[in-house]
Design a protein around this ligand. Structure first.
Ligand code: PHE
Length: 455
C-alpha cells in the first residue's frame, strides 16, 4: 500500500488533467461524423442535454468514488464496500478495460505521429490529392511502420506517466491543453474560410428532426460517455488525486463543458474542410487520416506554405489530444501496480508499456498481415474497440452508478458532494444529483445498451 499519495495541485490543474483525459480522438474523429450521420444540429442538442443530465452525474459518481476511497480503481470498490466479494471482483474491470483501450488507442496515436512526420516532410503538399488514400493504405497495412509509431507513441505517453502525477501528468496537461484550444481555433478559421466550406457548416448546425429516433438518443449518450472517459476507471483514478477541499461539482462541470466545447469546435474544424474538398463525410479513423490530407494536398496548389503549416498543426493537435487521453489510461494500471504489487512508478510504467505495447502490436497488425484473423467477423482492432465502447464501458458505468446509488450510504455521497456540508449550493442541488445518479443514469445506460443491440 502506498504511504503518501500524490495529489493534483489546484482546481485548474484538476480540470486540465481531467479535460486532457476527456478530450481525445473521440472528440476529433468520432463526434463530427456522428453529428452528420444522426441529424446534425438535432444530434448536437441531444448530446448537450445528455451530457449535462446523464454523463455529468456519472462523471461525478466516479470522482466521488475515487476521492472517497483515495486509492486505485480496483481497491476503491473493495474499500468502499467493506471488502464485499462481488464488488472486490468488479474492481478488476476498471483496471482491465483501460489496458485494452490503451492498446488500440495508441495504435491510432501512432498514426498521428506518422502523419505529423509526413506533414513535416511536406508529403501532402507535394503529392497529388488522389494519392492520399493510397498513402494511408500502404502505411496501415505495412507490418513495420505502424508498429513502430504505435510503440513510440506509447513510450512517450508512459514516459510522461513515469514523471508522476504532479510533475508528469499535471505539468503535461497544463501546457498542452491550452495549446490544443489555440490550435483548434486556428484550424477552424482556416477551415471555414475555404471555398465551398459553407455546406459543412450547414451540415453541422442544420437540425434534421426526422433523424431524432431512439437510436440517435442512444448514440448521443454513448458518445458522451466515451468522450468523458466514463466507465474505464480513468476518472476514478484521477478523482483519487483530487484534494478533499476541492469542489468536485465545479471541477466536473468545468471538465464536461471543456469537452463539449472541444467536440463542437472539432466539428467546425473538420467538416467544413471535408465538404470544401468534396469528400463524403465517412466514418472512423479514415475520416481524418484520409480526407484531411486530401484537403491539404488540394489546397497546396494555391497556398503551399499555408497548407504545409496547417497540416503540421493539425496532426500535432491530434497527437496532443490522443496523448493526454492515453496517459490517463496508463495511469489507471500504474496506480494499481504501485499500490497492489508495490512496484515503483517507473517499473509499473515499464510493465504497462510491455503489456499494452504487445497487445497493440497485434491490433496494429490487424490492418495488415493479421487482417484475415477474424473473431466474430471482426479484426482484432475492431473487436477491441467494439467490446470496449459498446459493452465494457456501459457495463462499468452501470456498475458505478448502482454502487453509488444502492451500496454506498446516501450520507457518504452527500459528504463528498458538499465537502462535509460546507458548500451551500452543492447542498441545495444534492437531492437532484442523487436522483439523477440513482434512478436516471442506470435506466439510461440500460436503454443505450439495449438499443445498441436491438436496433
Ligand atoms: N475520452 C477519450 C476520447 O474522447 C477516450 C478515453 C476513454 C480516454 C477512456 C481515457 C479513458 O478520446
Amino acid at each position: 500500500m502506498a504511504k503518501t499519495r500524490e495529489h493534483f495541485g489546484g482546481r485548474l490543474a484538476v480540470i486540465l488533467a481531467m479535460a486532457g483525459s476527456a478530450i481525445g480522438l473521440g472528440n476529433i474523429w468520432r463526434f463530427p461524423y456522428m453529428v452528420g450521420e444522426h441529424g446534425g444540429g438535432a444530434f448536437v442538442m441531444v448530446y448537450i442535454v445528455s451530457t449535462l443530465l446523464i454523463s455529468l452525474p456519472v462523471f461525478l459518481t466516479e470522482v466521488m468514488i475515487g476521492r472517497r476511497s483515495h486509492t486505485n480503481s480496483r481497491d476503491a470498490f473493495a474499500r468502499l464496500s467493506r471488502h464485499h466479494p462481488f464488488w472486490k471482483g468488479v474492481g478488476y474491470l476498471p483496471i482491465f478495460i483501460p489496458l485494452l483501450i490503451a492498446s488500440y488507442y495508441s495504435v491510432i496515436g501512432g498514426w498521428s505521429v506518422e502523419y505529423f512526420w509526413q506533414s513535416c516532410r511536406q508529403t501532402f503538399v507535394t503529392m497529388s490529392p488522389d494519392g492520399t488514400g493510397a498513402l494511408f493504405n500502404d502505411y496501415v497495412t505495412s507490418p513495420w511502420r505502424p508498429v513502430w509509431t504505435h510503440l513510440f507513441f506509447l513510450l512517450v505517453s508512459a514516459g510522461v506517466v513515469a514523471g508522476g502525477v504532479k510533475s508528469g501528468i499535471e505539468k503535461f496537461s497544463k501546457i498542452t491543453l491550452p495549446v490544443l484550444f489555440v490550435l483548434i481555433v486556428v484550424i477552424i478559421v482556416y477551415s471555414v474560410t475555404l471555398p465551398g466550406s459553407a455546406a459543412g457548416v450547414r451540415y453541422l448546425i442544420h437540425p434534421d428532426w426526422s433523424e431524432l429516433t431512439p437510436r440517435t438518443f442512444a448514440y448521443a449518450m454513448g458518445q458522451s460517455f466515451y468522450s468523458l472517459s466514463l466507465g474505464m476507471g480513468a476518472i476514478i483514478t484521477y478523482g483519487s488525486y483530487v484534494k478533499k477541499q476541492e469542489n468536485i461539482l465545479a471541477t466536473s462541470t468545468g471538465t464536461a463543458i471543456s469537452d463539449l466545447l472541444f467536440a463542437i469546435m472539432a466539428g467546425f474544424a473538420i467538416m467544413p474542410a471535408v465538404f470544401a474538398a468534396g469528400i463524403e463525410p465517412g466514418a472512423g479513423p479514415g475520416l481524418i487520416f484520409q480526407s484531411i490530407p486530401y484537403v491539404f494536398a488540394r489546397m497546396a496548389a494555391q497556398l503551399p506554405f499555408l497548407s504545409a503549416l496547417m497540416s503540421i498543426l493539425f496532426f500535432l493537435t491530434i497527437i496532443v489530444a490522443a496523448m493526454t487521453s492515453c496517459i490517463s489510461l496508463i495511469e489507471v494500471g500504474v496506480s494499481f501496480l504501485m499500490e497492489r504489487a508495490g512496484l515503483s512508478r517507473s517499473k509499473a510504467c515499464v510493465a504497462i508499456f510491455l503489456f499494452c505495447g504487445g497487445l497493440g502490436v497485434l491490433c496494429s497488425l490487424s490492418f495488415g498481415p493479421l487482417n484475415d484473423l477474424k473473431i466474430a467477423g471482426m479484426t482484432l482492432f475492431d473487436l477491441f474497440d467494439w467490446v470496449c465502447s459498446n459493452i465494457l464501458l456501459l457495463l462499468m458505468s452501470l456498475l458505478c452508478v448502482l454502487f453509488a446509488g444502492f451500496v454506498l450510504p446516501r450520507r457518504v455521497l452527500h459528504d463528498e458532494f458538499t465537502n462535509g456540508g460546507t458548500l451551500p449550493f452543492n447542498d441545495r442541488i444534492f437531492p437532484l444529483v442523487y436522483f439523477l445518479i440513482k434512478w436516471v443514469a442506470p435506466v439510461a445506460v440500460v436503454i443505450i445498451f439495449l438499443t445498441n443491440f436491438m436496433l
